[in-house]
Design a protein around this ligand. Sequence first.
Ligand code: PEP
Ligand code: MG
Length: 569
Amino acid sequence: MKLLGIKVGNGLGLGKALIIDAKLPELNNGTTDSKKEIKKVFKAIDEAIVDYEEIIKVLKDDDLKSLTEFNKNVLISPSIKIELEKTITEQQCYGDVAIDIYFANKIKQLENLDNNYLKERAKDVKDIRHKVLAKYYGIKEFNPNLLKEDVILVSNEMTANVLLTDNLDHIKGVISLLGGKTSHIGILTTSLGIPSVFGIDVKNILNDELIFIDGNKGFVKTNLKDEEIKKIKEKIKIEIELNKELDNVKEAKTLDGYEFEVSANAGDLTELEKINSIPLDGIGLFRTEFLYLNKTTPPTEDYLFEVYKSFVTKLGDKPMIIRTLDIGGDKKCPYIDIKEEANPFLGYRAIRYCLDHKDFFKTSLKAILRASAFGNISIMYPMISSKEEIIKANEILEEAKQDLIKEKIKFKKDIKVGIMIEIPATAVIADMLIKEVDFFSIGTNDLVQYTTAVDRGNTQITSLYNWFNPGVVRLLKNTIDATKDYDNKFVGMCGEMAADPLGIILLVGLGLDEFSVNMNMVKRTKKYISLLNKEETTNFVDSLLTLTTAKEIEDKLNKYAKEKYGKFY
Ligand code: PEP
Ligand code: MG
């Protein structure tokens, strides 16, 4: 059975399904010997603390480390044992009941707070409760260090905890119902190169059955027949071959000699280390929001400057496009108090928030400007929906420049400014907006969601989320065409579509200048481009523009891809 989901981490994997939603027994009823229960509960807490300490020791990622520290700190707080002892003694209840009462209160308190960051922590406290109860019952939790065979981890709500180990050899994939590309587990699987697909319900998978995960296309296959397994193994062999061949990839030059820029998306500090080992032509999207998330106070101008400087210095002459803060939507921070919204993706986010908080925005711009003295940096505004917003943002940018001049701090005076095209209104008037900026970068992740009215995180309507919807294709063409009269301007794409093998054909044919993709996809994207002939692809893509359904477009692209990419597709 083929289960369609959301593609998160690239790659293919075959392994036995290991469902790791450890089921906890029902809570104990009645009364019991308090002394014995107190001892048992204290032991459970101590063991959970030791677990967290061991995880912290092996973690390299600072954000995950601080999250795990948070979990540990909840358990080492002296009040926890005092309160549990009190409940058990007063109610003569079993220890699991006391644990449940304690954490239920904590979760409720956090969920009722008016602070989004702390509200989010309620989820972590649920994880802690689960761990302590598992210890109390003596249930062994999943431990990646004990794996003896290849597995694909399956959970309804996978947490990053399961990958907090140096022993990942046997983990061939991760499947979760909940979570998105920007969740911790999503980011972690992508950066570790583990295939992952989300939006898949655990009840469709049997524990221990052999399953296949395709993180490139976003599906999972169960109930595999021998013939299919043979084919999958062959596919994985080719994938390994392709990966070897990818080691020789340097540029993205088509068969008829056109060169395209393939840059990387970045935002996580761990990616700094990868810059020199990947043949990237620059950073086409630096997501600054990761520097703001998981913090209790806003990052300082100096901190932001140092981060940007370290990236741009490592890049040498290569360009780096820094996107100003894209907060809101599903990305929340404690100090950015955005009220609960009925439709956060249509709400107070990104540039909308920044234009209303001028000093906050100016600080972030000053950090980017200061770093521009050290390399080839451009600024990009996200979620632009009108010309007025560009003008307002540029006014604040001008003020930031004046401040730096007064402070006698160097920066690049003619720094290039671009916008993301991710709201249909801007794609429609791209010919008007290109006059205001130096470049566009098309954010298909949002453009598809807004054009087709399909929430990008809603797993029930995943099949409707399609960048080959003719309405989306027309907007892409309109945006790209709008830049063609200007020799000194360019159009890129930093949404996930830029790394899609079929998307690449469409975009080469439409004349996109720059592809900005996940670090892991740079070589692959270059390889696919180099297997195409630009003139021929342009003619082929012209023939797609009259098709009226996504299926027709996809079918034709599929046929073309098979022909051009051969065994690599
Ligand atoms: C996009 O919308 O395509 C994009 C790149 O931005 P994000 O995924 O961060 O919203
Ligand atoms: Mg976006």
